[in-house]
Design a protein around this ligand. Structure first.
Ligand code: FAD
Length: 689
């Protein structure tokens, strides 16, 4: 063809240009990879069928996760398919793909889906929900799938997202293999629900795909390498790569981190004030104020603050010790295929990974036991581990009821013999990732624009089965407690704090009482018309958002008065409950608010453990005020419930059904329907956990 050098250069340039265009998404992603740890090795292609085919995957696991639980179970399931059947599994967040080609996916698909709010899909699943809910009949006739929903039966729309997805997939002609799994966090059985569903699905897949089961063998998704020095590129626990010294681009001229701040990058917020709201026998409650100045973060009254914790030093030491790990080892992880993502910033140190990125203190799962069998330090331990991993009742008696975390459980099983053959990759891939904890904001964005208040009860109780063991502690609330004590110069010892933290954080990032946070928007909102009556029910820390609501109304009224406007507020009735009088939250503030709200605010208090008195709960007080409550609902009141999802929210709902059925002379079923309608229309809102 007689191509000369110039032609060749032009042709090569054209080919390169075409290649660059075709691969523009992948290249763009690599170039703008602003959180290298999480996105550096993403394929960039969003076509689900193409990605599965191009990467020769023979099984697909999808997850739609709000707080990380669905993701965690999806990953566990994927790992088991690899370990037992040597399948080439792709495990993916639905947020990262488009689904127009779902019917062309040539493999079976498992879908893990969490329900959030009022039966909603997780935030990241908008596209996925949109696609399957609008899929035409018969358009997914080639799709074979199974599904595991994660929900909470104390909510009205239990596993609503999973059920909706399942209904729509079925209407589009997809074939479900096996039963729909339904985890119930409300009953505390998520782990066992998963195990039962998973066992039945694996049996079914064995037949369907003619799989041979092998003794579970861990195959890592990553190439692991050890580095020898800490450079500016190595994370020592920074919450995202943006905070590494090497990442100058993400700071403005004053050295302040640039947003936006969200789940992929928190803001490091100073806690400008914290105080103990009460301290009674075994319980404390902490009020913390986070300063958002300079972050450009906006919140609305009723939103949630996510606080990113790190693990207590004692628990980190305990974990390092049982696995015989050296905290100083610096390691890197490179995904072995482009569909896999590294779950946290790397390279990092073993100590940082354990302190900041892994959930090491919570209850241990039976699933983890079965995958640890291959690493048992001797035959006796292996037998014991095998037995416990198969016997759910024995596991409950020997492990769960003793509140063992991973290190406690392994120490107990091996009698202190180290588990030193467990690879670091196994721990990264099998131990759940540390997740932020959410708090209902107790300030008002109208009265304090730059500051977020949080009200937290410190989780710390003696181990009921093992009185001599360390107390059972919550990670975040004890960290907030540690900060409150240190900030107020209170001497810290084991009587006021059972665990200690590194308050300075990685490279002193958290020094002077700072913590990583982000705001999550909620639907928990006061009615826009201030004359609408409002009924609030929030015992314990459930009162947090109502303090925000009332502060909002106080400031609103003050502003209106200043502007010469004469507005009249609707009745704001708050039902609050505490055990005694000494744990009455913000006791001194409420009378002030009542004064400022000119009689439109009233508070009714129930105490459940007053000496020599019968137990009274908010539900009882609702019944005592039946006529007033009924009249308010009849006059269009909005109802808000916040706090304990297990007992209280259900009890309140039942009490309101009774009030409506008597008030309107209708049956309980009719009143229940009415409450459902109030919920659907946003006139009955719950913020329960
Ligand atoms: P975690 O470390 O998460 O531990 C949770 C519980 O498990 C603790 O009771 C702990 O003692 C126990 N535990 C620890 N180890 C083990 C073990 N090995 N075995 C068994 N149990 C163990 N809380 C508030 O106080 N105020 C609020 O305003 C508030 N608002 C919320 C709003 C929302 C939307 C949600 C979802 C939750 C809210 N919470 C609130 C709860 C809060 O998010 C945390 O769950 C709570 O503070 C505990 O966090 P933690 O990190 O201290 O405990």
């Amino acid at each position: 063809f007689g191509i000369d050098n110039t032609d060749f250069t032009v042709l090569a340039g054209l080919v390169l240009a075409v290649l660059l265009y075709v691969k523009r998404n992948s290249i763009k992603e690599l170039l703008i990879s602003d959180d290298g740890a999480i996105t550096a090795v993403s394929s960039g292609n969003r076509d689900i069928a193409q990605v599965v085919t191009e990467n020769n995957k023979n099984y697909l696991v999808l997850y739609a996760s709000q707080t990380g639980t669905a993701e965690d179970y999806a990953k566990k399931f994927s790992k088991e398919l690899v370990a037992k059947f040597n399948l080439n599994v792709m495990c993916a967040d639905v947020e990262n793909y488009d689904f127009e080609s779902l019917n062309e996916v040539p493999v079976i698909v498992s879908i893990f889906i969490s329900t959030y709010g009022e039966g909603d899909f997780p935030d990241g699943a908008v596209n996925f929900e949109d696609f399957i809910c609008n899929a035409e009949a018969g358009s997914l006739s080639k799709l074979r799938y199974n599904m595991f929903g994660l929900g909470n039966s104390t909510y009205e729309f239990f596993n609503g997202a999973g059920k909706k997805a399942e209904k729509n997939l079925s209407a589009a002609g997809a074939t479900r293999l096996g039963k729909l799994g339904e985890a119930d966090d409300g009953a505390g059985t998520t782990d066992e629900d998963y195990m039962a569903w998973k066992d039945s699905i694996l049996e079914l897949l064995k037949d369907e795909l003619h799989l041979d089961e092998q003794e579970a063998k861990f195959t890592s998704l990553f190439q692991y390498s050890v580095l020898d020095e800490i450079t500016d590129y190595v994370s020592v626990g920074e919450p995202s790569l943006h905070y590494l010294p090497s990442n100058e681009l993400n700071r403005n001229a004053d050295g302040i981190q640039l947003g936006p701040f969200d789940l992929s990058q928190p803001f490091i917020a100073p806690i400008v004030k914290s105080r103990e709201l009460f301290s009674s026998n075994d319980r404390n409650c902490i009020h913390s104020e986070f300063d958002l100045s300079g972050s450009n973060i906006k919140y609305s009254t009723g939103d949630h603050l996510a606080v990113w914790p790190s693990n207590p030093l004692e628990k980190v030491e305990q974990f390092l010790s049982i696995f015989n790990l050296d905290a100083k080892t610096i390691f890197d992880l490179k995904p072995l295929d482009p569909t896999v993502k590294v779950p946290f910033p790397t390279p990092t140190t073993v100590g940082a990974a354990i302190k900041h990125y892994l959930e090491i203190t919570g209850p241990v799962s039976r699933q983890l036991f079965s995958s640890l069998i291959q690493f048992a330090p001797n035959a006796d331990v292996k037998d014991k581990l095998t037995l416990l991993s198969k016997d759910k009742d024995q596991f409950a008696v020997e492990i769960t009821s003793k509140y063992f975390n991973i290190a406690d459980a392994l120490h107990y099983l091996s009698d202190g013999v180290k588990w030193d053959t467990v690879p670091m990759q196994f721990l990264v891939e099998s131990v759940p990732q540390m997740t932020p904890r959410y708090y209902s904001i107790s300030s008002s964005s109208l009265s304090e624009k730059q500051t977020i208040h949080v009200t937290s009860i410190v989780e710390n109780f003696p181990n009921p089965e093992l009185p001599d063991a360390a107390p059972v502690v919550g990670v975040t609330t004890n960290l907030l407690r540690n900060i409150q004590l240190a900030q107020n110069n209170v001497k810290i010892d084991e009587t006021n704090l059972p665990v200690q933290y590194d308050l300075n954080g990685p490279r002193n990032l958290f020094a002077n009482f700072k913590l990583p946070v982000h705001v999550r928007r909620s639907n928990f909102r006061l009615p826009s018309n201030p004359s609408t009556p409002v009924i609030m029910i929030g015992p314990g820390t459930g009162v947090a958002p109502f303090r925000g609501f009332i502060r909002e109304r106080v400031t609103f009224l003050e502003l209106q008065k200043k502007g010469g406007n004469n507005v009249s507020l609707g009745k704001h009735l708050l039902f609050y409950g505490s055990r005694d009088t000494d744990d009455f939250l913000y006791q001194d503030e409420w009378p002030e608010y009542a004064k400022k709200l000119d009689g439109s605010f009233e508070m009714i208090v129930a105490h459940s453990r007053l000496p020599n008195s019968k137990k009274v709960y908010v539900q009882d007080k609702l019944k005592d005020c039946e006529d007033q409550v009924f009249e308010m609902i009849n006059n269009g009141a909005f109802i808000y419930v916040c706090g304990d999802a297990k007992g209280m929210a259900k009890g309140v709902s039942t009490a309101l059904v009774g009030i409506l059925s008597r008030g309107k002379s209708i049956t309980t079923d009719e009143a229940t329907e009415l409450i459902k309608m109030l919920k659907t229309s946003g006139r009955y809102q719950e913020d329960v956990w």
